[in-house]
Design a protein around this ligand. Structure first.
Ligand code: FES
Length: 105
């Protein structure tokens, strides 16, 4: 399937350790900033499907608000015993015009 690139919003709108949920082509995606870098992951926990929006972000790890599983934003890989299923991750980048761009397969 072809990859489509979507322009999201100005990168400066997102502060470090914050996240914002976006809906792109029917995919509920959480855009996060951690340690100055941008990440995009599925906005549903792989444990019991809780929304990850509002989860605490520290050092490239996003904590699920419901039971606290931590996911590595770089890979989607979870820590701990509650789930071994990784989050889907999406390529995201800062474009020359200052907006964030996301790729969907
Ligand atoms: S639903 Fe996320 S840790 Fe349980």
């Amino acid at each position: 399937m072809a990859t489509t690139t979507h322009t999201l919003f100005p990168a400066e709108d997102l502060a470090d350790n914050e996240s914002v949920a976006v809906m792109v082509e029917g995919n509920d995606i959480l855009v996060c900033k951690a340690n100055g870098s941008y990440y995009a992951v599925a906005n549903n926990c792989t444990h019991q499907r809780a929304k990850l929006a509002g989860g605490r972000i520290r050092n490239c790890f996003l904590s699920c608000p419901l039971h606290g599983v931590r996911f590595d934003l770089r890979t989607g890989v979870p820590l701990g015993e509650l789930t071994r299923v990784g989050l889907k991750t999406y390529p995201i980048r800062l474009a020359d015009d200052g907006n964030l761009q996301l790729d969907i397969d």
